[in-house]
Ligand binder design. Structure first.
Ligand SMILES: O=C([O-])C(=O)C[C@H](O)[C@@H](O)C(=O)[O-]
Ligand SMILES: [Mg+2]
Length: 430
């Protein structure tokens, strides 16, 4: 290995990973979820890895970007973003303006590009760190803490996917308060989580209120969050807030849209968090000016990488708005990236979200682990994780073998396997 940091090759490897039947307001997770692994290779022989969404609309952007990168330096992150801003996005991808898979707000050309270039940025940082013998957190100004805390991300879920598709697991069903508490207990025992978020918007609000009450009784004093992904009207949001304000750390996206969130925030008596109405920099001014959100859930994937996550943190700091971290289904490369950047942000005020405990499969030789609800910030060069190429190839083969049904996230289509008449519910649902 030499110090030549010129990019000679960029490899894109879409994979399908097993995913449990987790429920949300749009439907249920498919048996397999798609991710894209981005690998940047330098002339000096260093490989750096990043990870992002693997749906077709992201691959369409990743391919021309990957082709344009050889010859550039892994240090040239500003140039990387300039290059990405020139990649064309099919207008058909953005005309409906809301992201239908993933429940993460608007879908603009810029946001789609950022969701892709973020994985390239992480891969470049991983390569640079390895070449310089420095951990990624050191490239971001050095860690401020040795461990990053995560919360237990609870889902209503079925025991298995319709028709027994996919890979079985031993979690069992969680469709009522007792099931949710049992899931939280296992999370607490296996991972040490001491704060919990329940994905809501699945059942009638009263049932979800009962589940959060049951959690509060089982884990007295633990920070709790409820996230119906914008499924409630303003009056319903206010009713739920009134019922749960004594036990909620924050209420996440109770209703859809910044004006509705502002109305709820004004009277709820509990902070509101979002990964739906503030997901891009242009959405910040209205939301902050109207007091619509008290906590922004950052996500380096769609905010555009680790440097931009730190820029978001600075804006939140300036306006006295809290910061935490959102997650969609992801693998260990992204958990490492999240942990590195989280360790460098002074105002990361809350335990971060992560789907990782739900992912039984990974592309790493050694999975990252949670201890006392925390992930140790890696100090090894780069991201501090090693990719298992055989594993990567096997999960890519599953993607190749798929007939196309799993390659694009569609929770409503997965729900129709159990309920043929299912259509994505309009909002407000309740
Ligand atoms: O906090 C959130 O809104 C999410 O994590 C969105 C995800 O799409 C989640 O609802 C899921 O995976 O079903
Ligand atoms: Mg959310």
């Amino acid at each position: 290995m030499t110090a030549d940091l010129t990019i000679t090759d960029v490899r894109l490897t879409p994979v399908l990973i097993s995913d449990p039947p987790l429920l949300n307001t749009q439907g249920v997770h498919q048996p397999y979820a798609t991710r894209l692994i981005v690998e940047v290779v330098t002339a000096g022989g260093t490989c750096g890895f990043g990870e992002t969404y693997g749906d077709t609309k992201y691959l369409e952007i990743a391919r021309p970007l990957a082709a344009a990168l050889p010859g550039r330096q892994v240090t040239d992150l500003n140039g990387l973003f300039t290059l990405a801003s020139g990649v064309e996005v099919d207008s058909g991808r953005v005309e409906n303006s809301v992201d239908v898979g993933g429940l993460r707000g608007v879908q603009t050309a810029g946001k789609l590009r950022l969701s892709v270039v973020s994985a390239f940025e992480v891969a470049c940082l991983d390569a640079l760190g390895k070449a310089r013998d420095l951990p990624v957190h050191a490239l971001l100004g050095h860690k401020l803490r040795d461990r990053v805390e995560y919360s237990g991300y609870l889902f209503y879920r079925w025991e298995q996917h319709p028709g027994g598709q996919g890979e079985p697991d031993d979690w069992g069903a969680a469709t009522d308060p007792a099931g949710v508490v049992a899931q939280a207990r296992r999370f607490a025992e296996d991972y040490g989580f001491s704060s919990f978020k329940l994905k809501g918007g699945v059942y009638e609000p009263d049932e979800e209120i009962a589940a959060v009450r049951a959690l509060a009784a089982a884990f007295p004093g633990s920070p709790l969050r409820l996230d119906p992904n914008g499924a409630w009207s303003v009056p319903t949001s206010l009713r739920v807030a009134a019922e749960l304000r004594d036990v909620l750390q924050y209420l996440e996206d109770p209703t859809s849209g910044t004006p509705g969130m502002a109305e709820v925030a004004g009277q709820a008596g509990v902070p509101l968090a979002t990964n739906m109405c503030v997901t891009t920099f242009p959405e910040i001014p209205e939301a902050f000016a109207t007091g619509a959100v008290q906590v922004v859930l950052s996500d380096h994937h769609y905010w555009g990488g680790l440097h931009r996550t730190r820029e978001l943190a600075a804006v939140c700091r300036t306006f006295g708005v809290g910061l935490s971290m959102h997650s969609n289904t992801h693998l260990g490369i992204s958990l490492a990236a999240m942990t590195h950047v989280a360790a460098t942000v002074p105002n990361l005020d809350y335990a971060c979200d992560s789907h990782y405990p739900w992912q039984a499969e990974d592309v790493l030789t050694r999975r990252l682990t949670f201890r006392d609800g925390c992930v140790d910030v890696p100090d090894a060069p780069g991201l501090g994780v090693e990719v298992d190429r055989e594993r990567l190839a096997a999960l890519h083969q599953r993607w190749l073998d798929d007939d196309g049904t799993m390659r694009d996230r569609d929770d409503a289509a997965a729900m129709r396997k159990a309920d043929p008449g299912w259509v994505t519910p309009g909002v407000p649902r309740w």
